[in-house]
Design a protein around this ligand. Sequence first.
Ligand code: ADP
Ligand code: MN
Ligand code: MN
Ligand code: MN
Length: 335
Amino acid sequence: MAYQAEYIWVDGTEPTPLLRSKTKILADDVTTPPIWGFDGSSTNQAPGDKSDCALHPVFTCPDPIRGGKNILVLCEVMLAQTGAPHPTNTRAACADAAKKFASDEMIFGIEQEYTMMRPDGSPLGFPSNGFPAPQGPYYCGVGTGRVVGRDIIEEHTQACLDAGLLIEGTNAEVMPGQWEFQIGAADALTVSDHLTVARWLLHRIAEDYDVVISLAAKPQKGDWNGAGAHTNFSTKAMRNDTDMKAITAACEAIGSKVMLHVENYGHDIQSRLTGHHETAPWNKFSYGVSNRGASIRIPWTVEKTGRGYAEDRRPNANMDPYIVTRLLIETVCGG
Ligand code: ADP
Ligand code: MN
Ligand code: MN
Ligand code: MN
């Protein structure tokens, strides 16, 4: 029987791209989803008179929503005329960097935070007039009045597992309506592809609950935590050496390119990285053991054994994982 392939791609919306998708019916005997196309003039990816963009499948997995033989197909966007990567295609450059520095065997784990909103733009868990009780009981909470939206988390986590994505865990966050899931640990392309599909599944599942998933860095002004995408990373040397040297060298290298990283870690990063709410100021780089007020945190277990990984706490929830992992590869491995 014919089956459905949901083609997913990243669009050209600024300042933060959106995910788009459309369905292709594949004949029963088709085992490899073919190259396809779309109207780039409707996604901020092309002018109306040269509107065709090409979709090149790069990652395929079972579709946990439709089930059966149906699949999800993540694509890179290419220029229809030349077949070269479209300017909005950040995955191609990430693939190049990963290949160039493959011998360093860099791997990543990304903690995706997000905020559930009502269609009117107010966070779920906030009363329609005013504010809930201050932050405190919500992080990893249980019980009415402390957590909201758990149905969505349960459904999303199972969907990620059914799709074969490398989801590692979930937790309720510090601000009501805010949650996190983690993807990893894997090479830059795998973790970024899985994260992109996991984001798509989250938006798709939340549709059924009339809930909007926001990746905004600071969805609620005031004394409320922002939403980040802490990016944990390690090279082979960081994992294997036992003298902390590789980890310290990686932090120092990143500290020599502060603005390059911060400017590419997602829109509105200054509103989130204030030096409060478990962040370091966006323009003041620091790293330290167990320090959740540092730009980069080294877990205490890592200091104890002299090896492991480090956590760049600066990327926003709305970051592009292909850009963030590429920059970390280039800065840490490129010296
Ligand atoms: P926390 O909330 O304490 O910052 P989490 O448990 O949410 O930490 O996330 C830890 C992340 O660290 C996971 O995504 C995991 O994949 C990642 N991680 C663990 N070990 C490594 C490693 N050696 N290299 C890269 N990432 C790692
Ligand atoms: Mn976490
Ligand atoms: Mn978190
Ligand atoms: Mn973290």
